[in-house]
Structures are given as structure tokens and as C-alpha cells.
Design a protein around this ligand. Structure first.
Ligand code: 3NM
Length: 213
């Protein structure tokens, strides 16, 4: 699948740890979000996830079926083997994950590749690489990642957007209250976990994000 900047507009991230460790609730919410029009989904079993490797694969296969049904580009966080096993469209690589150069050499021709950048030096490094997009944050304090570091704020994000040759998807603490302000940074889109997976009205929340464009 060819990468398009529009894929970053409403980019949902999540795994079973983000829905009270309940895979059924996770799938229900992911399906509602896909049906409502999220522009990409990243499957991420991480942090406090309690799933075994086999359970992660089985849930990933169900996510892949939903992504195919709703035509949503599917990324996998930091696991090339899993990405291949569920025929994902892309891989997202963090600074503490596998070396981005190795991932690009292995699958850069076959998969879309995203890369997390949290400092100006990391953005400068990404500018030298053939990644499709960078994820930059945390823009605001987040409850979803223990080691996310201090918040950049919208001005810090805007500096990175200006510096980056790649489209930037903003991440970290994005809510309906700050989404509009975040977009003033010039970022290509918004990625989120808790705003959508923690919402009672998943579809309504996704639609409100899409209406910002
Ligand atoms: N990466 P929420 S912040 C997965 O700053 C992730 O790189 C971050 O979750 C980074 O939308 C984050 O619930 C968690 O704040 C985002």
C-alpha cells in the first residue's frame, strides 16, 4: 500500500491494555472506530499488556480482518514478525525498538514505515531516512505511556513540524479539547489512544476529529 499523508489525520493506536485488558472490548471499540472512519490503525500490545505471543497474534489476526473489511491501513508497533504474520500494511518503530535502519533495509520496499521522534536530534536523523512519516510527542501529558517524557506543547511540536522533511503525526495526551490547537502546529494529523479507546462514544469521538479537517 502506498503511503498518503491523509492516513495520519485520525490515526488510532491501541492494544488490549488500553481497554481494561479485555480483548473483546478492544475489538468492539476498534471496529466502531474503523466504521466511523479512522484513517489508520496501529496495533500495539505493549506496556502493561498481559497477552502471550500466541494471543497477540490471534488478536492481531482479528484486527487485520476488521482493517480489511473497513479498508483501514494497518500498522504494527515494533514487531516485524507480527507485521508479516498478519499481513500488515506498515510498521511503526520507536527509538527504543529495533534499529530503524535495519527495519528500512528489511521491509522499506514492502511496508510503510513510521518512526517516533521526541527530540530535535532525532528529527534531524529521521530527515536522512526514507521513512514515510514521523510520530512526535508527547504533545501533552499522557496516561498511556509510562516513559513518554515531558510534554512538548503545541509550540514545541510546531518546531519539529518545521524541521521535519516528513509528515508529522502528533501524539500524546490529545483530546477533543486540544485537537484543534494541536493542528495549528501544521502537523499532518493526530494519533491517539485514550481519547478514542477510553470514550463511551467511540464513533462520535472519531467523527469530531475528522470534522476538524
Ligand atoms: N507514544 P494517549 S505518547 C504511544 O510521545 C505513545 O512518543 C508517545 O496515548 C510518544 O493518546 C504515547 O492516550 C501514548 O495520550 C499516547
Amino acid at each position: 500500500m502506498l503511503f498518503k499523508d491523509e492516513m495520519l489525520r485520525c490515526y488510532l493506536i491501541g492494544g488490549s491494555q488500553d481497554t481494561h485488558h479485555d480483548p473483546a472490548e478492544f475489538l468492539t471499540k476498534v471496529e466502531a472506530a474503523m466504521q466511523a472512519g479512522i484513517t489508520a490503525f496501529q496495533y500495539r500490545e505493549k506496556g502493561t499488556s498481559t497477552l502471550s505471543k500466541a494471543e497477540t497474534l490471534a488478536l492481531g489476526q482479528q484486527v487485520q480482518e476488521l482493517a480489511t473489511k473497513y479498508g483501514v491501513p494497518l500498522f504494527v508497533d515494533d514487531d516485524l514478525e507480527l507485521a508479516a504474520a498478519i499481513q500488515a500494511d506498515g510498521i511503526h518503530v520507536g527509538q527504543k525498538d529495533q534499529w530503524i535502519e535495519e527495519v528500512l533495509a528489511a521491509v522499506g520496499d514492502q511496508l510503510m514505515v513510521g518512526y517516533s521522534c521526541n527530540t530535535a536530534a532525532q528529527v534531524a536523523h529521521a530527515n536522512q531516512l526514507a521513512v514515510d512519516y514521523i510520530g512526535t510527542g508527547p504533545v501533552f501529558p499522557t496516561i498511556s505511556k509510562d516513559d513518554a517524557g515531558s510534554a512538548l506543547g503545541v509550540d514545541g511540536l510546531a518546531d519539529f513540524v518545521e524541521q521535519s522533511v516528513h509528515p508529522v503525526v502528533a501524539i500524546g495526551g490529545i483530546s477533543l479539547d486540544n485537537a484543534g490547537a494541536t493542528l495549528t502546529s501544521g502537523c499532518a494529523g493526530l494519533s491517539m489512544i485514550s481519547m478514542v479507546l477510553g470514550a463511551d462514544d467511540v464513533a462520535g469521538t472519531v467523527k469530531k476529529i475528522l470534522e476538524l479537517y
